[in-house]
Design a protein around this ligand. Structure first.
Ligand SMILES: Cc1cc2nc3c(=O)[nH]c(=O)nc-3n(C[C@H](O)[C@H](O)[C@H](O)COP(=O)(O)OP(=O)(O)OC[C@H]3O[C@@H](n4cnc5c(N)ncnc54)[C@H](O)[C@@H]3O)c2cc1C
Ligand code: SF4
Length: 507
């Protein structure tokens, strides 16, 4: 019995379902670098390097363990450059009795997997991806019959079920959520820690050369590439975060600082999403830090909430709402994506910082994604699909299952509230409170109107005016709509005109 076991680019875990029961004497592991996967959006150069280098290291680690690996490199002359045609080619070459694959992370790839049985004439076994705490079916069970799919309740169930931060059946410290202690602005004198980054080794350097040659026009630079590409380095990155970031992660989770893209964040999403780290071990490491007194509970709970809460939730949510979710546009937003999302050329310093660090590091932390680039897209009415494709292209950790709900559901409210209870719309005051960007900006965050006024201010009110029919009944927006009710029709019209004038001048 010969089994062809397929490992996709984000399935780089040695204990992944598709490798269970592998017989090194007869089985073959197939890994493929194909143009199709590298071009479905114009990925940041660092994302391509990260995935290809991690794949090459993973293949080598399997070989060291005596596994036969068939590896199709991007520049191999016989490469047909699509997953399905490479599967067909490998099946013809090796004549296996069946194919085994772990369920893919994205709908797009699942559709391909569904075609492989007919394509190859062989049985295809698709195994569940047990690298998450909860399966897709677990989420579907939870979601059944619920009108609102709020993360908080799913998170509490998973904490109970998996005994994470629990004490005698109750949440550790007596609360599920310590957000009241978190989310402080960063004091000016607080210096963020130096973070462990990884110098590219020979394998990564070879991939860098390939990417510079084949993807020269893609967004972003490789100069600051420092992502872990092996399991060993991913474990070192985890240890570095637990030591240097976690103790103050909660306090400054929402803070932003010019020139300091990482602050106290984990920088672990690229390794987690590739499978180099498991969410379980990451939560265990954080919980152990709390138990040993190395990190306070507000930080550890805040961090666990991101992984066991948000990450699990968006994974289940994606598979629950796909297909069809990609076309949601509840706020009827149609504006094209402004050029500055690619060039960073804008006078708005917050956006310049967010896009600049995205280009340099293929990273920006959650609040920059949500409250700067996301908030602007929401207020400006950028077409959801355009901003969604941008997020999928520009980050090292971007995969549709995690990126799409965050963009469409959280950042631009395109699902009309299926995921978030209100749009995350904010004026310049929020950005000013949470960052030091405004001090060096050409615009004045305190001014509400006029050529020097912060555009986020009038865009915010114009958004609420434009969307009044859709949003005024939302109880969480009662306050701003009460304020608007006190505005004269002329003031509302002038705000709309000012916003339109600004947006009309954007290229
Ligand atoms: C518009 C938008 C797009 C996003 N696109 C992606 C994406 O493509 N890939 C991705 O992994 N994350 C995405 N996120 C979520 C989040 O911003 C990143 O996971 C986080 O910034 C990664 O950096 P970190 O590892 O330093 O995270 P930290 O802030 O230190 O958080 C720790 C971990 O929690 C998980 N996490 C935190 N927030 C979320 C969230 N909202 N959803 C899912 N997991 C979360 C991540 O695995 C992360 O590594 C997006 C958020 C927004 C608002
Ligand atoms: S003033 Fe407005 S545009 Fe400038 S950095 Fe602050 S929030 Fe951004």
């Amino acid at each position: 019995m010969r089994v062809l076991r397929i490992i996709l680019g984000d399935q780089l875990s040695t204990d992944i379902a598709a490798l269970k029961g592998l017989d090194p004497a007869s089985d073959i592991v197939l890994m493929m670098e194909v143009m199709e996967e590298n071009t479905y959006v114009p990925h940041h150069k660092q994302k391509i390097v990260l995935v290809l280098s991690a794949m090459r290291h993973f293949a080598e680690a399997l070989r060291q363990r005596g596994v036969k690996v068939e590896y199709v490199a991007l520049d191999a002359p016989e490469n047909t450059n699509s997953l399905s045609s490479e599967i067909q080619r490998a099946a013809a070459r090796h004549r296996p009795d069946r194919l085994v694959v772990t369920e893919p992370g994205e709908w797009r790839v699942q559709e391909m997997v569904n075609s492989w049985q007919v394509l190859t004439g062989l049985p295809v076994e698709v195994r569940g991806d047990d690298r998450f705490f909860a399966s897709r079916a677990r989420f579907a069970d939870w979601a059944r019959g619920r009108q609102m799919l709020r993360m908080e309740y799913y998170y509490r169930e998973l904490r109970r079920e998996h005994g994470v931060l629990m004490a005698q059946g109750q949440p550790a410290g007596g609360e599920w959520n310590f957000d009241a202690l978190n989310r402080k602005p960063l004091p000016a004198r607080t210096r963020p820690p130096e973070r462990l980054r990884f110098a590219p080794d020979a394998v990564t350097r070879a991939v860098m050369a390939l990417v510079e040659q084949r993807f020269a026009a893609n967004f972003g630079s490789l100069d600051a590439f420092g992502w872990p590409v092996t399991r060993q380095d991913a474990l070192r990155a985890l240890a570095d975060f637990i030591d240097a970031g976690l103790p103050r992660f909660g306090d400054y989770q929402d803070a932003m600082k010019a020139g300091a893209p990482y602050l106290f964040h984990a920088l672990l999403s690229p390794a987690l999403n590739l499978g180099l780290l498991s969410p379980r071990e990451v939560c265990e490491a954080a919980e152990a830090a709390w138990k040993s007194g190395a990190a306070p509970l507000n930080a550890v709970e805040g961090f666990v909430r991101q992984i066991l809460g948000w990450r699990e939730y968006v994974h289940g949510f994606y598979w629950h709402v796909m297909p069809g979710y990609e076309d949601r546009n509840a706020l009827a937003a149609t504006r094209p994506l402004p050029e500055f999302y690619w060039t960073g050329e804008t006078d708005m310093r917050c956006l310049r910082e967010a896009v600049g660090s995205t280009a340099r590091y293929a990273y920006s932390h959650h609040i920059q994604r949500l409250m700067v680039t996301g908030n602007f897209a929401l207020l400006a009415g950028i077409a959801p699909r355009e901003i969604e494709r941008w997020y999928l292209a520009v980050y090292a950790d971007a995969y549709e299952w995690v990126e799409m709900p965050n963009t469409l559901g959280m950042a631009v409210f395109a699902d009309g509230g299926q995921m978030a209870s209100k749009p995350y719309a904010a004026s310049g005051a929020y950005i000013n409170r949470m960052s030091d960007f405004c001090a060096g900006c050409r615009y004045d965050v305190k001014q509400k109107t006029g050529p020097d006024a912060c555009p986020f201010n009038y865009l915010y009110w114009a958004f609420l005016i434009r969307q009044e029919n859709r949003l005024a009944q939302n109880p969480r927006l009662a306050m701003p709509y009460r304020t608007l009710a006190g505005w004269s029709a002329e003031r509302q019209a002038a705000t709309l005109a000012e916003a339109e004038g600004f947006l009309g001048r954007l290229k």
